[in-house]
Design a protein around this ligand. Structure first.
Ligand code: AP5
Ligand code: MG
Length: 193
């Protein structure tokens, strides 16, 4: 059976990780966050982690090839799954093309791209609050600002890329986690049938 593949798109702090985790549980899909994979590499002190850290700590995106190679490596080790929810990848048009089979050994047909829309004030509020609780090294006001700038410059163009493919769905990312989840579930259920 063909796997069902979803991409969570949206600005830093838009709720990609929060929603991907619960959607993955509900629909029995593998949640894959390249941000989490990089953070694991950093805590293990691997050369890949060391390289990634130099980008992450200044709010820049890691190079496409580094990201896609790490993702491919991770995917080949996954047990057989019904599908994937990609959280934070692809993040550039080049990464999207790679997932579409250009320079990527496996073609990953994507079925749905869920774009979470959250306004700038709410993004800052959420990330500064998380900074107090979790202390993620890239959640400082200066680095958050850089991440948002890079999102607009490098990731937002993906909306157009996936709109043209007819798989983009705009989701209101403001409101409660439960309310947004309910909306996402409706959209996913309708497509998975
Ligand atoms: P990554 O880890 O992907 O970070 P990000 O995209 O900047 O986004 P966040 O994880 O901060 O936000 P999110 O949208 O997941 O929201 P969350 O659910 O956590 O990437 C980090 C770095 O790694 C990048 O800057 C880059 O350097 C590198 N990287 C990763 N992938 C890459 C790639 N593909 N290519 C190149 N480089 C890459 O929510 C945020 C907070 O808000 C949480 O505290 C949460 O509890 C809270 N929250 C969530 N929903 C709600 C709600 N509805 N109401 C109130 N609070 C909420
Ligand atoms: Mg995240």
């Amino acid at each position: 059976m063909e796997k069902f593949n979803i991409v969570m798109l949206g600005a830093p702090g838009s709720g990609k990780g929060t929603q991907a985790k619960i959607l993955a549980e509900k629909f029995n899909l593998a949640h894959i966050s390249t941000g989490d994979l990089f953070r694991k590499q950093i805590s293990s002190g691997s050369p890949l982690g060391l390289e990634a850290k130099s980008y992450i700590d200044r709010g820049a995106l890691c190079p496409d090839s580094l990201t896609i190679n790490m993702l491919h490596d991770f995917l080949t080790k996954l047990p057989d799954v019904k599908g994937h929810i990609f959280d934070g990848v692809p993040r550039t048009v080049q990464q999207a093309q790679m997932l579409d089979g250009v320079g990527f050994p496996t073609v990953l047909p994507l079925h749905l791209v869920l774009n979470l829309n959250v306004d700038a004030d709410e993004i800052s509020r959420r990330l500064l609050k998380r900074a107090e609780i979790e202390g993620r090294s890239d959640d400082t006001p200066e680095i958050i600002e850089k991440r948002i700038q890079n999102y607009f410059a490098q990731t937002k163009p993906l909306e157009d890329y996936y709109e043209k493919k007819g798989i983009l769905r705009q989701i209101n990312g403001m409101g409660t986690v439960e309310g947004i989840f309910e909306e996402l579930c409706k959209v996913v259920s309708a497509e998975m049938k």
